[in-house]
Write a protein that binds this ligand. Structure first.
Ligand code: MIG
Length: 648
């Protein structure tokens, strides 16, 4: 049962696909009031035991209680505990109270604050910055049922090509063909399976979208083909900002056709990102989406089969406006003779210069004829950038293209996946990775994953191994790290055998993961469920946040603390504990419902098979006629019974 309520003049976000009749009576469940800033407040009185799930890509726990979250797509590279906004804005909550269970979706693409017991421990307040919106209340008997209705409301999730479930290696940057070759050579030399290598911004000519630097990648098309012959795909990045450069076709066409975001006077808005000064394509406009989407064709023609869309919050290093402000401020000061107060003032000015809300408020879209201030629709930008690509791929039936995005809003899940942005090589980020998975699934995002090993900071071998033991269970399984950090490809460490085995495990799990993914999409269910959803009567299970049920059959419980020899797990029912140990051998043990300490070596992959369930493992690879070891995905294999192993 879904009820729709309209407030003001809602912006058509195209987050939902069902056209429901709006209710004319007062909204249920929430009390409406206003605060001093005359903002609307939706209040719900929780009890001590009320659980609140959702918010998709958000910080902290699976149960979101005890913090204040702000939906506002933000380029936030440091995911410390106090951060309120990350890259995605997924305004869906699932409330599990003793009296009632319901879902609420606030379809409002401006800033929305979700105070979930922050100001007052038992009070939930939703405070949108702008009033124009649609709110949906979704009711049902069980959490699963409510979720299913919500997912039917927002439409089927994106399905990537099967190869996108293979392992991918990324780094900022493999900036030329030589470096890409070196990575592939090392994976081959160490007999490690790999399905994709990612190209970060340096493959482009001067960071210009849809260009390839000929010096770094001569004869690109041929090169892509030669890599493809090894069973590996190259996946280039596309950024939101378009470089201002005379003669650059995308810039010229965009200017000529008024395809860029404007300032208040109607000039093309200028902000600096990687290419220097850029304009932002107005993805909220259908015609612009069509134009930009078609630009992917060039790379597709070169044999590319996958993309990642970055910087689409949009991230801004500094705007032309801000630079002018700083220049003016400086010109009013005696720069040569002034004391350290000047330095202090400048420091604050510079601190606030990137991703500044004043910049967002100075940008204007043309939403199919209607001018709209960017701040009101900020959270739609990344969504519509990826939609531009998705619509193009769908239209030309290029439906086997991988596409995932950094910024997102509900609705984008129909066109693309996401990665969780710039995490760090921190142990706490293994756990954060795990905790985000169910929330993302609730919001329809199924093709998801984090930068394995951590993007920022320096990884260590043990961190990477432990992280991989979680990552092999996530759809996007990509090792990625930032410029200037320690190299973290799997062959960089002493335990190459262990890494080879880890990668093999991924490919052995692949049919299970892929089928589970497809089933979850087809049935509008989650791929990863918190224990609370599967064992709602079990008080202990309900509060567990470091174990997840994956599909119907298994439970995952990775080790995420350094120097641990294993971990405690809680089994809500009898399960078979499975460890994939050295050389891919299995060790199994039947364990009874209750608490157990399981020993897990750094090189091992632990999981649990539920009672009366089984997990199919296949052979990781086959040897081709040329004598090469290839992942099972790259060959049309007819499985023999002996290729399968049923565990559990
Ligand atoms: O300002 O393209 O999140 O994955 O490696 C940083 C360089 C821009 C941010 C992405 C990251 C990528 C990096 N990008």
């Amino acid at each position: 049962m879904i009820k729709k309520y309209e407030f003001g003049t809602p912006i058509n976000t195209e987050a939902v696909i069902l056209n429901l009749q709006a209710c004319t009576d007062e909204i249920e469940k929430f009390r409406l009031s206003e605060n001093e800033q005359e903002e609307l407040i939706f209040t719900y009185q929780m009890s001590a035991g009320t659980k609140v799930y959702g918010l998709g890509e958000a910080n902290r726990g699976i149960n979101k209680r005890g913090f204040c979250y702000v939906s506002y797509c933000t380029d936030e590279p440091s995911h410390t505990e106090e951060k309120t906004s990350l890259y995605g804005a997924h305004n869906f909550l699932l409330i599990d109270d003793e009296r009632e269970k319901f879902g609420v979706f606030v379809d409002n693409p401006g800033k929305v604050t979700f105070d979930i017991g922050y100001e007052e421990i038992n009070t939930l307040r939703i405070i949108p910055k702008y009033r124009d919106m649609v709110v949906y209340i979704i009711e049902g008997e069980t959490l699963k049922e409510i979720l299913k209705s919500f997912r039917q409301l927002i439409g089927k999730s994106y399905i990537p090509p099967k190869w996108a479930f293979g392992f991918g290696q990324c780094r900022w940057s493999y900036e030329n063909a030589g470096r890409v070759d070196e990575v592939i050579k090392n994976y081959e030399k160490n007999d490690m399976l790999i399905s994709s290598v990612y190209l970060d911004i340096d493959y482009m000519k001067d960071y210009k979208d849809f260009t390839v630097d000929e010096e770094r990648f001569p004869d690109f098309k041929n090169y892509v083909g030669s890599i493809r012959e090894k069973g590996i795909r190259l996946v280039p990045i596309i950024d939101a900002g378009v470089k201002i450069e005379k003669g650059y076709d995308i810039y010229e066409e965009g200017v000529k056709n008024n395809y860029f975001v404007k300032d208040k006077d109607g000039h093309d808005y200028v902000a600096a990102v990687w290419p220097g000064y850029t304009h932002f394509p107005d993805f909220l406009n259908q015609e612009v989406r069509k134009w930009f989407g078609e630009k992917y064709a060039g790379l597709l023609d070169a044999g590319i089969e996958g993309f990642w869309n970055d910087m689409n919050e949009p991230a801004i290093f500094y705007s032309k406006n801000k630079v002018e402000e700083i220049k003016t401020a400086l010109s009013e000061r005696d720069v040569v003779n002034d004391d350290d107060r000047l330095m202090n003032d400048i420091r604050w000015q510079f601190d606030k210069v990137s991703n500044n809300s004043e910049d967002y408020e100075a940008m204007y879209h043309n939403m199919n004829g209607v001018p709209v201030n960017h701040d009101r629709v900020h959270n739609l930008y990344g969504y519509h950038m990826s939609r531009a690509a998705g619509e193009y791929f769908n239209k030309y039936e290029k439906n086997d293209i991988l596409i995932f995005s950094r910024a997102s809003y509900i609705g984008m899940h129909r066109y693309a996946g996401i990665w969780m942005g710039d995490n760090c090589s921190w142990w706490s980020h293994i756990l954060l990775n795990l905790k985000m998975l169910p929330g993302l699934n609730m919001s329809g995002f199924m093709y998801v994953g984090a930068d394995i090993g951590g993007f920022g900071c320096d990884v260590t071998e043990d961190l990477l191994l432990r992280w991989m033991a979680l990552g092999i269970f996530t759809p996007l399984f990509r090792n990625h790290s930032a410029l200037g950090t320690r190299n973290q490809e799997c062959y960089r460490f002493t335990g190459t055998k262990a890494f080879k085995n880890m990668l093999d495990v991924r490919y052995r799990l692949l049919p299970y993961l892929y089928d589970t993914y497809l089933e979850a999409v087809k049935k509008d269910e989650m791929m990863y469920q918190p224990l609370a959803f599967v064992y709602p009567e079990d008080e202990i299970a309900v509060s567990i946040e470091d174990q997840l049920i994956l599909g119907e059959d298994i439970m995952i419980a990775p080790v995420y603390t350094q120097n641990a020899i294993g971990r405690y797990v809680y089994l809500p029912e009898n399960m078979t504990f499975v460890k994939i140990v050295a050389e891919g051998k299995l060790v199994t043990e039947k364990l009874e419902k209750g608490v157990h300490f399981i020993k897990v070596d750094l090189t091992e992959v632990p999981f649990f098979v539920r009672e009366n369930h089984t997990l199919p493992l296949v052979k990781a690879s086959v040897i081709t006629d040329k004598g090469l070891r290839k992942s099972i995905m790259d060959c049309t294999v007819v499985y023999k019974d002996s290729d399968f192993e049923l565990v559990g």
